[in-house]
Design a protein around this ligand. Structure first.
Ligand code: HEM
Length: 398
């Protein structure tokens, strides 16, 4: 972006630029004040940055449609963009209903003992050694194992589908002809794999994969919807949760006074998980919608057919909604962040992610007397995710 005579020209702003990704918040603060609905000429899209506008866009699916996908470029078919994420009601309602039964509070609560076992297995060696690469040893293995077990998938495909899932997020922020794979190429790779797993019957009976395949067999879902759902749920679940856990540990390691508060009051663990989701939204800079009619956002006229990005991380730091938004406060209350979205597409897996966050942090707080950085973290280079590839920590056992 350029500045002339004290005024910033936001039309040249690039939310995907590596420097911006390192620390997105100063630019978001300026955007909220100066250009809350800014047209970004380079991408031909609008960026919405204030909390009230982001939530209004997300709630109004009739004006702000998901049918052309949630990424920067239009998807060829809803299946390509993930058949839940890239549809509007009534199709969306039908598809979401077919899987929602696996996400009831009772079904999620039943996962807790196994999640706790996995977390203890991951934390044990870290505590014994006094240090950990948090991403490699905890943040990555715990959620990906939980998801593999929920789906009923064998271990041998995990590395491949994790790779495709990360590429899919990256491609959602990549312009056509850019350096990343296109969304079509990336989903093609993942969907090919999950279709092969389904065709070979390589999934456990009564896991999520089995139930989705069975819904296809009963005619509740078409065959391409089955494959898109199998892949889409995997993508949505893994890297988002991995990054949530990385951001959570980083925030605590760099805010020792907040760690001390948590040790003193472990009942704040759920609130601390929410605060880390607000403080560093794992999905950044944001997902997209397409306007179905001429409309107005933040007083700015936006024409029909425009692509609009909702900046989750910016909304979460809006001082119009949150007091002292740049402070990380484990006892923040209320905390209605938008990291899981809002409206009909509100994250289906939020209870799973929250369970994992609470168990990881609960175990950490009761078994470690302190955590701190043990070297320089490496930020993830992904155009749609915020988190870490490497996060070396000291972890002192009690
Ligand atoms: C901290 C972790 C997570 C974050 C930050 C996150 C974030 C989001 C966001 C922002 C959306 C809304 C998309 C939109 O409005 O276009 C969403 C939707 C979705 N998420 Fe998550 N997610 C997380 C974990 C999970 C998990 C663990 C699962 C599955 C077990 C999951 C499954 C889904 C699905 C299926 C949707 C699509 C829902 C729909 O379109 O109706 N997510 N997620």
């Amino acid at each position: 972006m350029t500045t002339t005579s004290g005024r910033t020209d936001w039309s040249t702003f690039d939310p995907f630029a590596p420097g911006q990704r390192d620390d997105p918040y100063p630019a978001f603060a300026a955007l909220r004040d100066e250009a809350p609905c800014a047209h970004l000429d380079r991408y031909g899209v609008w960026l919405v940055s204030r909390y009230d506008d982001v939530t209004a866009v997300l709630r109004d699916w009739e004006t702000f449609s998901s049918a052309q996908g949630a990424g920067l470029e239009p998807v060829g078919t809803p299946e390509e963009g993930g058949v839940i994420l890239s549809t509007d009601p009534p199709e969306h309602t039908r598809v979401r209903r077919a899987v929602a039964r696996d996400f009831t509070p009772k079904a999620i609560a039943a996962l807790e003992p196994r999640v706790r076992e996995l977390v203890r297995d991951a934390l044990g060696p870290a505590l014994a050694e006094g240090g950990v690469d948090w991403v490699a040893q905890v943040a990555q293995p715990v959620p990906t194992t939980v998801m593999a077990e929920l789906m009923g998938y064998p271990d041998r495909h995990r590395e491949e589908y994790c790779r495709w899932a990360a590429t899919i997020f990256d491609s959602m922020g990549c312009p056509a002809g850019g350096e990343s794979a296109t969304l079509g190429e990336a989903t093609g790779g993942l969907f090919g794999l999950v279709a092969r797993i389904a065709a070979d019957g390589e999934y456990a009976p009564d896991g999520w994969a089995d139930r989705i395949v069975q819904a296809g067999g009963r005619g509740e879902l078409g065959q391409s919807e089955v494959v898109s759902l199998l892949g889409g749920i995997l993508v949505a679940a893994m890297d988002t949760t991995v990054n949530m856990l990385g951001n959570l540990a980083h925030a605590l390691a760099t805010h020792p006074e907040q760690w001390a508060r948590l040790v003193e009051r472990p009942e704040l663990v759920p609130a601390a998980v929410e605060e880390s989701l607000r403080f560093e939204a794992p999905v950044q800079p944001g997902f997209f919608r397409v306007t179905t009619t001429d409309t107005t956002v933040a007083g700015v006229a936006v024409p029909a057919g425009a692509r609009v990005m909702v900046a989750f991380g910016s909304a979460n730091r809006d001082p119009r909604r949150f007091a002292d938004p740049d402070l990380f406060l484990v006892d923040r209350e209320p905390n209605d962040h938008v990291s899981f979205g809002r409206g009909v597409h509100f994250c289906l897996g939020a209870p799973v992610a929250r369970l994992i966050g609470r168990v990881v942090l609960g175990e950490l707080v009761t078994s470690a007397s302190g955590i701190g950085l043990a070297g320089s973290p490496a930020r993830k280079a992904n155009r749609m995710l915020r988190g870490f590839d490497r996060l070396p920590l000291t972890v002192r056992a009690r």
